[in-house]
Write a protein that binds this ligand. Structure first.
Ligand code: ASP
Ligand code: MG
Length: 452
């Protein structure tokens, strides 16, 4: 039994939904049951809905209403192309009712001139509620028994609106009586991602990008064998394709590796969203819905045995290095605390830290408060600031037990001046800070050495 989650580009228009249906039908033919399908809103729809709320709350009701009519058109057109009879019948009526309600809400918001998080969730949820209805109807149209599952009856959350936290036990129970029941009855359940509801029945959302999280929750709740995240890229790559021309696909990586790569800028998927799956040892596969025969990237709880020495590279530009040297003599305890208090006061995160006896070097990404930070630090230390720096990070579980790999990575970069080198406590990555101008060359060298 698999869960197939489709992102916004994989339900963007009738062609994309045709591809989705082939993927679903292939899985169904192979497994003999299921799959459970989780869908995002059609691409761009969530942003558009938030635009509606902002316009209405700002008193621009006409603007909000015209945005709503555009969305109505797009959903009706998609439904008509995929399931014409339903589009003239029940499905069309549901789409109309949904947008009529939204228009009434927009008028009310225009009067109130205020959008509460709870109302925002009602508006934002429309995208997934409708995309899931359309996909369910489209599957039925081609003869695949399907069932629309109302996400508000399947994912139970707390009332922290716009970033609600699922209640695990309640959600699992709800998933069994909705999603699993549909599968057991021989149908393909189709549920909108991103959306849930409180125990009291108020609509909630899980935060932007939350459909992946829904996919993982559904997979964990029904005890799936695999969760597939269908998107518009082949999977995780060994390097950012904007930096390395021909990166390779990473066939397998561990959850910890994925987490470190995401932290350092790899975009495909936010690992915390798949935690429910990883905790239950359910593999998560990233696949390209335009190339359904690809192998994709599989993320598992444990590292993949015998994989390449490094798993992937990541990089981040536009960093600033701040060197802070204690103006007192050696061993002034409390120095580190004072340094980091300054960053805390200005709510500025530091990415990489290296220390020697008297100097602490940190990198910061967010320069908004840099001047104030430097002033505050200068009260008790000498400070130098170096802009236009970059971070290059090599990730791989094997770094933990094979010190030669880190040595080899640094060795490859011998002619590149490295400003800082850090191997984090997890020892799953080795990170170097270098001049931005040297980044391309350094990435090429490392990629050639380990993946070339
Ligand atoms: N549609 C939602 C968003 O755009 C959730 C998702 O697609 O993951 O954030
Ligand atoms: Mg997404």
């Amino acid at each position: 039994m698999v869960v197939q989650k489709f992102g916004g580009t994989s339900v963007a228009d009738p062609d994309a939904i045709h591809r989705l249906m082939n993927i679903v039908r292939t899985a169904r033919a192979r497994d003999g049951r299921g799959p459970a399908v989780v869908v995002s809103a059609m691409s761009g729809v969530t942003d558009a809905l938030l635009g509606v709320a902002a316009a209405a709350g700002g008193g621009r009701v006409d603007d909000a209403l015209s945005r709503i009519e555009q969305l109505r058109e797009r959903h009706h057109a998609t439904a008509s192309a995929l399931a014409p009879a339903e589009a003239n019948g029940a499905l069309g009526a549901q789409i109309s009712a949904q947008f009529d309600e939204l228009a009434a809400l927009a008028r009310a918001l225009g009067v109130l001139r205020e959008v509460s998080p709870r109302t925002l969730d009602v508006v934002a949820a429309v995208g997934e509620l409708l995309s899931s209805r359309i996909v369910a109807a489209a599957l039925a149209e081609v003869g695949t028994a399907s069932e629309w599952v109302d996400a508000r009856r399947a994912i139970v959350t707390n009332d922290d609106h716009t970033r609600a936290v699922p209640l695990v036990e309640e959600t699992n129970a709800a998933l069994k009586s909705s999603v699993l029941a549909a599968i057991d009855a021989g149908r393909v359940p189709v549920v909108g991602g991103f959306v849930g509801a409180t125990i009291a029945g108020h609509t909630t959302t899980l935060g932007r990008g939350g459909s992946d999280y829904s996919g993982a929750l559904v997979g964990a709740g029904i005890g799936a064998d695999e969760i597939q995240i269908w998107t518009d890229v082949d999977g995780m790559l060994t390097a950012d394709p904007r930096v390395i021309q021909t990166p390779r696909l990473v066939p397998r990586l561990s959850f910890s590796e994925a987490a470190e790569l995401a932290y350092f800028g790899a975009k495909v998927l936010h690992p915390s969203t798949i935690l429910p799956a990883v905790e239950r040892n359910i593999p998560v596969r990233i696949l390209n819905s335009r190339k359904p025969d690809g192998d994709g990237t599989t993320i598992t709880a444990e590292p993949a045995a015998g994989a390449t020495p490094l798993t992937a590279l990541a990089c981040k530009r536009d960093l600033t290095v701040v060197d802070i040297t204690s103006s007192r003599m050696l061993m002034a305890y409390g120095f580190l605390r004072r340094v980091f208090e300054v960053f805390e006061r200005y709510r500025t995160a530091v990415d990489v830290v290296t220390t020697s006896e008297v100097t602490v070097s940190v990198t910061v990404d967010d320069r908004r408060h840099l001047e104030a930070i430097v002033d505050a630090l200068s009260e008790f230390s000498q400070v130098t600031v170096e802009p236009e720096m970059a971070l290059l990070c090599a990730v791989g579980d094997r770094l933990r037990n094979e010190p030669a790999i880190a040595a080899r990575a640094v060795g490859v970069l011998e002619e590149v001046p490295l400003r800082m080198i850090s191997q984090a406590a997890s020892r799953r990555n080795i990170t170097v800070i270098l001049r931005q101008n040297d980044l391309q060359h350094a990435m090429n060298r490392l990629h050639e050495e380990f993946f070339g």
